[in-house]
Ligand binder design. Structure first.
Ligand code: SAH
Ligand code: TYD
Ligand code: ZN
Length: 406
């Protein structure tokens, strides 16, 4: 039986997605080299409540100088992160002398650039060298390394402790969270806060958004699991704030235990999670059934459309789409190509199922009958942009929270 990465208790996986590739491992169409796959199973530890991947590929296989995810492809997310930065500045930096901000997983600078613009002393930590370079080119102080306890010590030596540490969609990527928590403990000033947000487990459970599960996402957090994890390191969950991004995220605010008053939102969220069955193994049996049903319905729909001679194209070659395509067996026979605005993905094929990725123009120049919305978490932004497609009679296929045609 696998052992929990947080508390070392044994647990049974509750769902098995079969072999999965590196979700951001886009390949050249002619690449004949053997592709790497790992067995993707997910489990729930009933001891510390952490939901986690059983196996995760080595970090260097995922985060490197050819990392394909550039945060700034979404305008909506840029606005979201500006607001996140503003909240931190207003609540935790105002009036402080020479405050210092550290961001873990700062990518191309989508959030940290707001601190630079405000003239705040800052440091971004971003191991994927190509995306880090974009931030460096914009004058953002960035170190291209993995954050952990050792790096935290180095940062303290060179810059001193931080008033605010923030991170978005990064903590759930890091299997060595104890080292990260120790690093936070060292790097964070007494009275300072560490605020991070990630896709929220309760949203994944309620919406069957199983595509949030892929190689990079090793943890699926809740207030229950996050509180316990940081408590193991003398840190405390002092506040939670639900966020309407990435299909439902949660922002967790952590501080040195007893250093910051605890907000009522923590108790309220713990109660909500209990009501939703988040601490109960039976919930995850239901999740497995829902995932299997979702796959059956999506495959049936795509096969029916194909039999009717309809053209179906994918919209957004997201990391998430790798799980859907590989788990459901969706290849170029069912989805002609996927259009995506990220240059590094264009002209390549998707990991595993090898669906061609084409630039956005390929979608706009010849609208298909149906667009399978792999970037469903950006639906608002995309549907606003694509009124032309809908006017031309085009229809969307979504699969979260259920498979349906819009
Ligand atoms: N914060 C951005 C990027 C999220 S993608 C956003 O929300 O859009 C996850 C990022 O975390 C990648 O850029 C990856 O290189 C980085 N990352 C992975 N492991 C890390 C670690 N140990 N320390 C810092 N960053 C890490
Ligand atoms: P996101 O859900 O942020 O990514 P992931 O699942 O990888 O975490 O999706 C971003 C992807 O979607 C990225 O490849 C760019 C693409 N995209 C478009 O092609 N058009 C758009 O309008 C948007 C918002 C995203
Ligand atoms: Zn555990």
């Amino acid at each position: 039986m696998p052992k929990c990465r947080v508390c070392e208790s044994s647990y049974e996986p509750f769902v098995d997605f079969g072999p999965q590739p590196i979700a951001n491992g886009f390949r050249s169409p002619g690449d004949k080299s053997e592709e790497y796959f790992f067995p993707m199973r997910v489990g729930f530890c009933s001891e510390c409540m952490m939901v986690q991947l059983v196996d995760q590929p080595d970090r260097e296989k995922m985060f490197h100088e050819n990392y394909a995810f550039f945060s700034s492809t979404s305008k909506f997310m840029a606005i979201h992160f500006q607001a996140f930065a503003q909240t931190m500045m207003d609540n935790h930096m105002k009036g402080k002398k020479d405050p210092f901000y550290v961001e873990v997983g700062s990518n191309d600078g989508i959030m940290i650039r707001n601190y630079k613009a405000a003239g705040i002393r800052h440091l971004g930590v971003e191991p994927s060298a190509n995306v880090a370079q974009v931030a460096k080119d914009a004058g953002i102080n960035t170190v291209s390394e993995f954050f952990d306890e050792t790096l935290a010590q180095k940062i303290v030596k060179e810059y001193g402790q931080a008033d605010v540490i923030a991170s978005a969609n990064v903590m759930c990527h890091i299997p060595y969270l104890h080292s990260v928590a120790k690093g936070i403990k060292i790097l964070l000033k007494n009275g300072g806060v560490f605020a991070f947000e990630d896709p929220y487990l309760a949203d994944i459970v309620e919406k069957t958004s199983y595509d949030q599960i892929y190689d990079e996402h090793v943890f699926f957090f809740s207030a229950h699991s996050v509180g316990r994890l940081f408590a193991m390191h003398g840190l405390e969950l002092v506040r939670v704030d639900a966020q309407d991004v990435h299909g439902g995220s949660m922002r967790y605010t952590i501080a040195h235990a007893g250093s910051v008053p605890k907000h009522a939102s923590v108790e309220a969220q713990l109660k909500k999670e209990k009501d939703l069955g988040i601490p109960s193994a039976a919930t995850y049996e239901k999740v497995r059934k829902n995932v299997e049903r979702s796959r059956a319905e999506l495959v049936a729909l795509l096969k029916k459309l194909k039999a009717e001679g309809k053209r179906v194209v994918g919209y957004g070659a997201t990391s998430k789409s790798a799980t859907v395509a590989n788990y459901c067996g969706i290849g170029p026979d069912l989805v002609e190509f996927i259009s995506d605005t990220t240059p590094i993905k264009q002209g390549k094929v998707t990991p595993g199922m090898r669906i061609p990725v084409k630039p956005y123009d390929a979608f706009a120049q010849s609208y298909p009958d149906y667009a399978l919305l792999f970037a469903w978490n950006h639906a608002k932004e995309i549907m606003a942009k694509e009124s032309g497609f809908m006017k031309a009679g085009g229809k969307w296929i979504v699969y979260v929270p259920e498979v349906r045609v819009i």
